[in-house]
Structures are given as structure tokens and as C-alpha cells.
Design a protein around this ligand. Structure first.
Ligand SMILES: NC(=O)c1ccc[n+]([C@@H]2O[C@H](COP(=O)([O-])OP(=O)(O)OC[C@H]3O[C@@H](n4cnc5c(N)ncnc54)[C@H](OP(=O)(O)O)[C@@H]3O)[C@@H](O)[C@H]2O)c1
Length: 269
């Protein structure tokens, strides 16, 4: 998606993939700066190491505890950002025409890196209700404890709770949820066990599945659409994260539609 965007904007640059061994992120960033790189996207497993390797850390990246976008400014100054949370907000707005602050949100996989980022963003937005679930329950409980202080006040109707990772509890919880976010890795394979009891899905449900599968819908997206709800997969989030990275690098609006076409063409191929 980035190379079509660079062409569209007449920017004489290329987006390339570089593999960096663990433990070498700071050294790699130094080399990128020396060799004229403008910026970098950082992915698993380097997002935490990158946090320590920048000169200036954006407050949101600090809050999220991870850096996924680097901007190399004049003199080789390294600025670190995180586009996971803001990309999530844009995705919800685009897909469902609403803001998370008006929604009751359930995050499945809130104890993982992506789930925690989404939970932080929801807490900071003061979403109407926030419920965290994680296969390893203690992780969800820990995240809920950490995030309570982030809820903007006064807001008497807002809280962060957790729900046990079993069909009965999740089924009961779904009655009082508008937006379901899958931040687990479940669904990448069609034969993955269902994340949620399909009988609990209702026409009012909105689903953002962070997972995407080349060539098809994820099982959760399929189940939600079958139940009459609305659902998008992780490509929407990938697109908006990418667009926000582009905006950090070039300080101009990203050509989102060109990026969307680039992404779709790559996935289709
Ligand atoms: N679309 C995008 O732009 C985008 C961006 C970021 C991430 N993602 C996707 O989000 C997913 C999570 O990424 P991450 O970086 O957060 O990974 P992570 O830190 O490794 O977290 C993985 C999460 O999945 C849960 N999990 C794994 N297997 C499970 C299973 N069989 N049943 C239930 N829960 C299970 C883990 O629970 P435990 O804590 O119990 O192990 C944990 O909550 C990945 O699929 C990734 O591709 C997409």
C-alpha cells in the first residue's frame, strides 16, 4: 500500500522490507538514519525494543508501551509513534459510522499486544462500557487494573470489567455489548475453533476482527454477517495504521483510496 501511495504523491522513495535480528533494533535504526531512510514501520517482535531505541517518544506510544512507526528527522533524530490505537479508532469510524466512545466494547485477547493497545485507546476515549477477555484471565485482569486510571472523569457510567473465557460467560456478556474486537490470533485458519458461541451474535453487533485471511472472510466475520450484524476484518485496520504512518512520515494527508487498492491487490495476489 505504501509504494502506490508514494507514486501517487510524487515522492521519490521506496518502501522496502528489512529483516533485523532481535537485539539489533537500535543499531539498525542508526544505520537507517545514516543511509537516508525517512521512516520505518516496526512489527513483531521488535515493537518493544524499538521503544528503547528512539530519542523522542510520542506520549501515546509511551502509554501503549510499544513503537510501530519511526520517523527519522533532521540530524538523525529518531521519533517513535504507535498507530495501533489511532488506526483502530479510524477503522471503527469508517466501518460503522460511529465513535467508540458511544459504544459498549468487548475486547477478546485484551492481554496480548494488539488487544492491550486497543484497550488503552478505548479507555482513553472513555467508551461507554469496556469489557476485557483473555484466554489467560489474569492478563485481562491486570490490563483492566492498569487502565482504570485512564478513563476521563467525570463519567459515572463508564467502567472496565473482565469476563471469563468460556462460552457461558461470553454468551451472557454479548447481550450488553455493541462492538466486539477480536485481538487474538484465532481465525487465521478456517478450521480454528469458533471464538464466540455463534448463537450469542445478534443483528446489533459490530465486529472488528483484527485477523485477516488472504482470499476469504474470517470465521468470526462470517458468523456475524450470518447473524445479521456488521463486520470487517483486519485489512481495514492495517490500511488505517498505514495511512497514519504515512502522515507521520510526510506531514500530509495519506492517499487512502490508492493505499486501499494497493493493499487489496497484494492480498488478492
Ligand atoms: N490488522 C492489523 O493491522 C493487526 C495489527 C496488530 C495485530 N493484528 C493481529 O492481532 C492478533 C494478535 O496480535 P498480537 O500482536 O497482539 O499477538 P500477541 O501479543 O501474541 O497476543 C496473542 C493473543 O491471542 C490470544 N490467543 C492466542 N491463541 C489463542 C487461542 N487458541 N484461543 C484464545 N486466545 C488465543 C492470546 O491469549 P493468551 O494471553 O492466553 O496467550 C493473546 O491474547 C494477530 O492475529 C495479529 O496478526 C492485526
Amino acid at each position: 500500500m505504501h509504494n502506490p501511495a508514494l507514486v501517487e504523491c510524487g515522492i521519490d522513495a521506496q518502501y522496502v522490507r528489512v529483516q533485523v535480528p532481535q537485539g539489533s533494533v537500535a543499531e539498525a535504526f542508526g544505520l537507517f538514519a545514516q543511509h537516508g531512510f525517512l521512516g520505518v514501520n516496526i512489527t513483531i517482535p521488535h515493537k518493544f525494543e524499538a521503544l528503547e531505541a528512539v530519542h523522542h517518544l510520542d506520549p501515546l506510544a509511551k502509554q501503549l508501551g510499544a513503537v510501530n512507526t519511526l520517523v527519522i528527522r533532521e540530524g538523525g533524530r529518531l521519533h517513535g509513534y504507535n498507530t495501533d490505537g489511532p488506526g483502530f479508532l479510524r477503522s471503527v469510524r469508517e466501518a460503522f459510522g460511529t465513535d467508540v466512545r458511544d459504544l459498549r466494547v468487548l475486547i477478546l485477547g485484551a492481554g496480548g499486544g494488539a488487544g492491550r493497545a486497543v484497550a488503552v485507546q478505548c479507555a482513553m476515549e472513555g467508551c461507554w462500557r469496556l469489557v476485557l477477555a483473555n484466554r489467560t484471565h489474569e492478563k485481562a485482569a491486570q490490563v483492566a487494573k492498569e487502565l482504570r486510571g485512564l478513563i476521563p472523569q467525570p463519567s459515572p457510567n463508564r467502567d472496565i470489567s473482565t469476563v471469563a473465557w468460556d462460552d457461558a460467560h461470553l454468551h451472557a456478556e454479548l447481550e450488553n455489548i455493541d462492538l466486539i474486537v477480536n485481538a487474538t490470533s484465532v481465525g487465521m485458519k478456517m478450521d480454528d475453533a469458533p471464538l464466540l458461541p455463534a448463537s450469542g451474535l445478534r443483528p446489533h453487533h459490530l465486529v472488528l476482527d483484527m485477523v485477516y485471511r488472504p482470499g476469504g472472510r474470517t470465521p468470526l466475520v462470517q458468523d456475524t454477517l450470518r447473524a445479521g450484524g456488521r463486520a470487517v476484518d483486519g485489512l481495514t485496520l492495517l490500511l488505517h495504521q498505514g495511512a497514519i504512518s504515512f502522515e507521520h512520515w510526510f506531514d500530509r494527508p495519506a492517499p487512502v483510496e490508492v493505499m486501499r487498492q494497493g493493499l487489496q491487490a497484494t492480498v488478492a495476489a
